[in-house]
Design a protein around this ligand. Structure first.
Ligand code: ZN
Ligand code: ZN
Length: 95
């Protein structure tokens, strides 16, 4: 999946990365409690395969995963924050 940002930057995500970063309460946890991903070391094929992608308003995307999971809504600020390109990785490492 590729996103072209308004500032000209381009981000390319693979689906496994997106699934690991699922921001929903079940995966990422909430109120200080760890989510499912905290105790997961490997994802199954169904968990990293996408059946559908939906735009949520102007600010996010909602992937529908093959294992039936679809509660994670990825805001654009989250997507930009997890951009896997070298430039962004270097920026993150510097902070
Ligand atoms: Zn999730
Ligand atoms: Zn980047």
């Amino acid at each position: 999946m590729t996103i072209q940002w308004a500032d000209g930057h381009q981000s390319a995500y693979d689906f496994e990365l997106l699934r690991w970063r699922c921001p929903c309460a079940e995966c990422a946890g909430e109120a200080g409690l760890p989510g499912k991903l905290a105790s997961t070391s490997q994802l199954s094929d169904d968990q990293v395969e996408l059946t559908q992608m939906e735009a949520v308003g102007l600010f996010g995307i909602r992937p529908y995963w093959k294992d039936g999971h679809d509660t994670g809504i990825y805001g654009l600020s989250l997507l930009r924050a997890i951009c896997p390109c070298e430039e962004c990785a270097a920026l993150r490492a510097a902070h």
